[in-house]
Design a protein around this ligand. Structure first.
Ligand code: GDP
Length: 440
């Protein structure tokens, strides 16, 4: 339920200069407008006003005022919006003036979006999309978040949900009215529709985990024997000093990460300790190697670095990934040419070949993350809901009694409703909206 009070927050733009947007939502929004800007603010038109704490008092600021009566507003409630100068002093003063009004208080983190969700202005996965949009760093993240915010999940679940509801209605009719002249092979008639939805769900779940890749970044683990120049290469890529480059083997004990933007995709490069099988290695070294192997196993791409000048140091026996996930590059081509079986050569020292290497990684990234047929599942929660639905449908198809089939169809529908926040989500709301910044 929407609390009856009015919340107010800085929506965007706190800074030294520029514009800040302050928003109030709730029944007291009209009072906020009247108090600061006077009684004659028209609905749905931006007007320039001098903002004062009392009619004859000094100006606090001047700016654009927007009056958006509910339900046609972002939260579905009455909303007042003030676009003012962005200095902390102006913003702070206006917030304190507004919050001194009766029934008006500062918003909790994510409270605007939560109200929009509770008032049916947005589905839950859409709200998650908005959170991602606020955090988006790359173009691909922005597009994915936008798609989700516009209800890509809801659209798909609505179609499948309708098919399942129809099947369920047929089954329930057969259960409730066994004496009516219903088609005998009812279960057989329902089956194709259920099978179609189950196949759709299975396809969605089996699709590459693009959502995670776009949201968290495509993971590239840089592996190779000690001293081949992994840290130097990472520094080159990052164009700043992030990894410690040292002459002695085994100094990169921990994992160092660099985020890059390649063709609009977030790519996370992780420099791992040298993969090496040395029985004399110390404990810390051993731990470093264990982490390196873990990184390589969980990476989307393993960048395997070899030393062009010392091919004898050679590739480690096992980089923890199959050949389709490995890209081998020879470093130190300023000292010697790349070996014939390694098509990519670079010099971390001179920068030669780095563009070609990044282009090769970019091609892999784009191929892995390019637009797919299914909306990307960006959170573990989404995957779990779909897995629950798929499992219920599998049981429904295996069941031999109409009652059991019906019950599993109901469970599948509930799991899909949970995805878009229609049911069973009270306990999830705090978790999801807590991630928002104040005022959104
Ligand atoms: P890591 O153990 O694989 O991370 O290797 P480092 O990045 O620490 O480099 C080991 C040594 O090789 C350092 O002395 C680097 O300066 C040197 N090195 C790294 N890349 C190059 C390169 O492209 N050319 C030359 N000549 N030396 C390099």
């Amino acid at each position: 339920m929407t609390p009856p009070d009015t919340i107010v927050a800085l929506s965007s733009g706190a800074g030294k200069a520029g514009i800040a947007v302050i928003r109030a939502s709730g029944p007291g929004a009209a009072v906020c407008i009247r108090h600061l800007a006077g009684a004659d603010v028209p609905a749905r038109r931006a007007v320039l006003r001098t903002l004062r704490n009392s009619p004859a008092g000094p100006a606090v600021d001047s700016g654009l005022v927007l009056w958006l009566p509910g339900p046609g507003s972002v939260t579905g409630e009455d909303v007042a919006e003030f676009q003012v100068h962005g200095s902390p002093a102006v913003v702070g003063r206006l917030l304190s003036v507004l919050c001194a009004l009766d029934g008006v208080r500062p918003a909790e983190p994510g409270e605007f979006t939560r109200r929009a969700f509770e008032n049916g202005r947005m589905d839950l996965s859409g709200a998650e999309g908005l959170a991602d949009l606020i955090d988006a760093e790359t173009e691909a993240q922005r597009i994915q978040a936008q798609r989700q915010m516009e209800g890509a999940f809801a659209e798909r679940c609505a179609g499948w949900g309708a098919q399942l509801r129809r099947s369920l209605a047929w089954l329930e009719a057969a259960i409730d009215f066994p004496d009516e002249a219903l088609p005998d092979d009812l279960a057989a008639q329902v089956r194709p529709a259920v099978e179609a939805v189950a196949a759709g769900l299975a396809g969605w779940l089996a699709a590459p985990d693009r959502g995670r890749m776009v949201r968290e970044g495509y993971r590239v683990a840089i592996v190779g024997a000690p001293n081949v120049g992994k840290s130097s290469l990472l520094n080159r890529i990052a164009q700043r000093d992030v990894a410690i480059v040292a002459e002695t083997a085994g100094t990169t004990r921990d994992v160092i990460e660099v985020r890059a933007d390649l063709a609009g995709y977030a790519v996370v490069f992780a420099d791992t300790a040298g993969l090496r099988y040395d029985e004399t290695a110390g404990d810390i070294e051993r731990e470093g190697m264990a982490r390196a192997r873990f990184q390589a196993e969980s990476a989307d791409l393993v960048l395997h670095v070899v030393d062009a000048a010392a091919p004898a140091a050679g590739p480690p026996a096992d980089v923890g990934a199959g050949p389709d996930r490995v890209l081998t590059v020879a470093n130190k081509t300023d000292l010697a040419p790349a070996p014939p079986d390694v098509p990519l050569g670079v010099s971390a020292r001179t920068g030669a070949g780095i563009d070609g290497l990044l282009a090769a990684i970019e091609a892999r990234t784009t191929a892995a993350m390019g637009a797919g047929e299914h909306p990307a599942l960006t959170r573990l929660r989404h995957r779990q809901c779909l897995e629950d639905a798929a499992a219920a449908l599998e049981r429904a198809l295996a069941a031999t009694e109409a009652e059991l089939t019906a019950e599993d169809l109901r469970l599948a529908l509930r799991a899909m409703d949970r995805l878009i926040g229609r049911t069973d989500v009270e306990d999830l709301l705090d978790l999801i909206f807590r991630d928002f910044c104040i005022g959104k």
